[in-house]
Ligand binder design. Structure first.
Ligand SMILES: [Zn+2]
Ligand SMILES: [Zn+2]
Ligand SMILES: [Zn+2]
Length: 155
């Protein structure tokens, strides 16, 4: 990600925090930028490690968890439930309503692509789940596969 994109994304993130009534503190910025720069899903432990690398202030794991919850509430990051890892939202600079995200996870480079299903497809998912007796499901799909680049280099 180029520096221009990074700055744009960070100022969009700051705007969303302000709108959400929370402050975009130094630590929150740091956690978010670790995720943006990683470009792959990271566990809370990996995030803490990267935040603390090369800095003398030690961020405790508990603060990282709190910050992750907070950033998640603002839709700035998402949690991959199955892997229990976090990714930065790829729609931070968008002004549209944030729908339920679905995730495509590359088995090669571990890149995570955030996509949206049509409302009809989400409905179909909910219907199928409730006919199996599941209630109050969170319709988040985490699909493994190969991104275009890794697919090509595998042929
Ligand atoms: Zn998102
Ligand atoms: Zn968008
Ligand atoms: Zn890939």
């Amino acid at each position: 990600m180029s520096m221009v994109d990074y700055d744009t994304v960070m100022s969009a993130a700051e705007q969303k925090c302000i709108q959400g009534g929370i402050r975009f503190t130094k630590r929150r910025k740091q956690v978010l930028s670790v995720l943006i720069e990683a470009d792959v899903a990271l566990s809370a432990y990996e995030i803490a490690e990267r935040c603390n690398a090369g800095s003398d202030s030690n961020m405790p794991a508990m603060s990282v968890y709190r910050i992750l919850d907070l950033l998640q509430d603002q839709n700035l990051i998402h949690r991959l439930e199955i892997a229990n890892k976090y990714v930065s939202c790829s729609h931070m600079t968008c002004s549209h309503e944030h729908d339920q995200s679905q995730f495509l996870i590359c088995g090669g480079c571990r890149h995570v692509e955030e996509i949206y299903l049509s409302p009809d497809a989400v409905d179909a998912l909910q219907t199928a789940a409730s006919s199996a007796g599941f209630s109050a499901i969170s319709p988040q799909l985490e699909i493994k596969g190969w991104c275009a680049e890794c697919h090509q280099s595998n042929e």
